[in-house]
Design a protein around this ligand. Structure first.
Ligand SMILES: [Zn+2]
Length: 231
């Protein structure tokens, strides 16, 4: 079978606001791996999107988490319950926040921000913190290192792309020349940008990481926020 690399839309509604994110499916004869898995409660949506492709959550062999944000790992614990055989991959630096061995940096940031929010934003800030506290931790099974080569879909190189979070990783699918960006780059108005600067923990690193991905001159960029860019 020829391998497939598929950008999978996961849409959820938050009040009046719809938000679509794009996990990527890496599918070859030995592996069915999901890269990031969507918000808290996204498992049923994910299940439906996978069914459309003729695969089920129970067939997944791996889940790569690019970083510990709620929109990327929110459904991870539910997914692991539904398929205990799925191997969870993440960088060693990001692992303590994914497993909540240490307080997630995003929650720390939100709690600090909460102290200085103007009164009219207090309620929103509080709800955001509460949502972050509801993210169920998971234990990574395998650490992925910068430059490491995985036998996925004809070859996958792990690229450390810190900035958004310290242990953020992106994936370069060498055979198809596709970059799976995570939150190291988002697609907006046909351009790769740094997503949500207010959530970027180290802007200088984030800019370096974005340029690292652009310098790969890939044929396509699969962005978690914004979808596919073919430059
Ligand atoms: Zn994100």
């Amino acid at each position: 079978m020829k391998h497939k690399i598929i950008s999978l839309p996961v849409t959820m509604s938050f009040g009046d606001i719809e938000n679509t994110v794009y996990p990527t499916l890496l599918w070859d004869e030995n592996n069915i791996i999901l890269v990031d898995c969507g918000f808290i409660g996204a498992l049923p949506v994910l299940e439906k999107e996978l069914e459309r492709l003729g695969v089920s959550v129970r067939q997944l062999t791996g889940l790569v988490l690019t970083h510990h944000d709620h929109d990327h790992m929110g459904a991870a614990a539910a997914l692991k319950r539904s398929n205990p055989y799925v191997k969870i991959y993440a960088s060693k630096k990001e692992a303590p926040y994914i497993s909540a061995q240490e307080k997630p940096l995003r929650l720390r940031q939100a709690e600090e921000l909460q102290k200085i929010l103007p009164p009219e934003q207090q309620e929103f800030g509080k709800a955001f913190c509460e949502m972050l506290r509801r993210v169920e931790p998971v234990e990574p099974d395998v650490y992925l290192n910068d430059g490491q080569h995985m036998e996925w879909c004809g070859g996958c190189r792990i690229i450390a792309t810190p900035g958004h979070t310290p242990g953020h990783i992106s994936l370069f699918m060498e055979k198809d020349s596709i970059v799976i960006t995570g939150d190291a780059a988002a697609l907006e108005d046909g351009k790769l940008i740094i997503p949500n600067p207010q959530f970027t923990l180290d802007m200088e690193q984030a800019e370096k990481s974005l340029n690292k991905l652009i310098d790969l001159k890939a044929k396509a960029y699969y962005c978690y926020h914004g979808g596919i860019l073919v430059p």
